[in-house]
Design a protein around this ligand. Sequence first.
Ligand code: PSU
Ligand code: MN
Length: 303
Amino acid sequence: MTPIVRPSPAVAAALAESRPVVALESTIITHGMPWPDNLAMARGVESLVRENGAEPATIVVMDGEVRVGLDDGDLEKLAQARDVLKLSRADLAYGVSSGRTGSTTVAATMIGAHLAGIRVFATGGIGGVHRDAETSFDISADLDELARTPVIVVSAGAKAILDLKKTFEVLETKGVPVVGYGCDELPAFWSRDSGIATPIRLDSPEAIARFQATREALGIDGGMLVANPLPQEHEIDSATIGSWIGQALADASSNAISGKAATPYLLKRIFELSQGRSLASNIELVRSNARLASAIAVALASR
Ligand code: PSU
Ligand code: MN
């Protein structure tokens, strides 16, 4: 019988030797960034994780398996693939059972990482409460997954297309710790500040590893969100990005875009309106998160 969750040889070896491993998601490759920047981003992030002492494990559904760790050929195939499913908790098993290719969102990547025994995961920004949630009921399954699956997710907060205040309120309600990394205000993805005070500020990867170990010792399960502001030289000021977000949201509504299509549409529209600036920042924030996640994985492995 073939195992349904299959680590690559490199990831399996790292896990067997208790070396640091960082999970990476694939929806950002298939639905979050255009070709060929998506492939360059994915390759660059994998190298960065290796340079920082950890083994990268990009997670994806292919050929009836949850693959944990891809070789360069698979990465290239995925970056160019069309009709890729965007998988979350609700449909991860459908992706596997149908034999189709599916990329994993934050929620599905957390499930795959946990099944493989990986404790840290780097992404861009999580999904959350959409601005029109009171009528659309669109709240990302990423939030529930953080509440139930014990993986540390390193992000630049939640994507600023969302209602950030409501998103962080929901995380608090669900008992998900939100750690601001070296910041007193939570980041807003493309910008460093959101105007929302950081609930828990920690300033080193070791402090994050100690916090996680203490949660485990207390029997507190579920994940943790580490919010890492992007480097200042790559941020877009909130008024500038705010006007592009406003325009993209208006366009989404006049084109009746909703559900799974909402986030990919908004990211693409903001990319066009900003003439590529939003993508450049997005890539830099993912790189910065990959560096921090690697350092956290190293700190966890050396405890
Ligand atoms: N971070 C990025 N770009 C992305 C995403 C994260 O920089 O495209 C993806 C993640 O996979 C996340 C998803 O889970 O966006 C959120 O989708 P939704 O709002 O439909 O839950
Ligand atoms: Mn949604």
